[in-house]
Ligand binder design. Structure first.
Ligand code: 13P
Length: 340
């Protein structure tokens, strides 16, 4: 493992004020986003949408890394420039989602296990050769009255750790993403408890599999009440619970934490990230930033809706969301900024 190279990539990804853009939706996920907007579910429309994102003027001022889906790695702009070259010109590090999705976990009703370890070493070597420098693997944990179970947490943690070890061996920084879903009626406290248990299991597994904490990035959920919970806590409480959880669970050797948005409204995700910096900037041992998909580009996707005539306006909206999240990373965002 070349730890110096991994540390240098991680530090580029965690550059001050910047964050990551996740544009790695699988075919089924992007179809779910396109369908309600009447966007054709074709490779060409996925290419057009990804072109809109990567050609957004000045994106590299706010974004340090872009997580791609395999199809996107091989695509180019309408005038033939590979997306990887466009990202390079922006100074954005290209990364790749390498898990093959979460499937039902046999014997554990309602729980999922993420697949994709078979042949992963070879795929990673190929991505490194193509110029990609980091990867992502997402595990999914569902909170219900009966879940998550300890075996499901353990199995997902183990797979995340094996994936991370293989990434480091191949020269790619692993983004380790254990996502505790927002779906449900559970309280903020229950999300705190489950996420704490999951993160302890994940860091134990990473340690056992000899992953270098200095050469990885954690991509977690924020600690939130369930999306159908009656009490929706304010940003300051969410910041308290989230930072408390990570201070307890995430070693200081980890260079950075980059949140997923998980279906939160774009403005709320920004407000909550901002609150963490306002309240805790002085005590954070790691960079704390964003790696959003929906909270960064859903508003732009809705404006574009598959129509070439809307590209410029959609790019303005995307740039603005990225910029506001940069302010949030400094604790300088106020909700009224999102409104105009
Ligand atoms: P969201 O920000 O939409 O949750 O997506 C982030 C991601 O990469 C999910 O794997």
């Amino acid at each position: 493992m070349n730890l110096a190279e991994l540390k240098s990539t991680a530090s580029r990804l965690m550059a001050p004020d910047k964050g990551l853009i996740a544009m790695d939706e699988s075919l089924s996920t992007i179809n779910k986003r396109f369908e309600p907007l009447g966007i054709p579910l074709t490779e060409e429309y996925r290419r057009k949408y990804r072109e809109l994102i990567v050609t957004t003027p000045n994106l590299g001022e706010c974004i340090s890394g872009a997580i791609l889906f395999d199809e996107t790695v091989h695509q180019s702009t309408a005038d033939g420039k590979p997306f990887l070259d466009v990202l390079k010109e922006h100074g954005i590090v290209a990364g790749i989602k390498v898990d093959e999705g979460a499937v039902d976990m046999e014997g554990f009703p309602g729980e999922k296990i993420t697949e994709g370890l078979d042949g992963l070493g070879t795929r990673l070597a190929d991505y490194y050769h193509k110029g990609l420098r980091f990867a992502k693997w997402r595990a999914v944990i569902n909170i219900t009255e009966h879940t998550p179970t300890a075996p499901a947490i353990k199995a997902n943690a183990y797979n995340l750790a094996r994936y991370a070890a293989l990434c480091q061996q191949a020269g790619l920084v692993p983004i380790v993403e254990p996502e505790v879903l927002m779906d449900g009626t559970h309280t903020l406290q229950r999300c705190l408890e489950v996420t704490t248990e999951v993160l302890h299991a994940v860091f134990n597994a990473l340690y056992e599999q000899r992953v270098a904490f200095e050469g990885m990035i954690l991509k977690p959920n924020m600690i939130l009440p369930g999306s159908d919970a009656t009490l929706q806590d304010e940003a300051s409480k969410i910041a308290d619970a989230t930072v408390q959880c990570f201070l307890r669970c995430v070693p200081a050797a980890v260079p950075g934490i980059a949140f997923l948005s998980g279906g939160q409204e774009a403005e709320l995700a920004t407000e909550r990230l901002n609150a963490m910096h306002v309240q805790y900037e002085q005590v954070l041992p790691w960079a704390l930033t964003f790696s959003f998909s929906r909270a960064l580009h859903q508003p732009a996707l809705e404006k574009w809706a598959g129509d070439d005539a809307n590209v410029k306006e959609a790019q303005d909206i995307l740039y603005k969301r990225a910029y506001l999240n940069n302010l949030a990373r400094r604790g300088e965002y106020t909700p009224d900024m999102g409104k105009h």
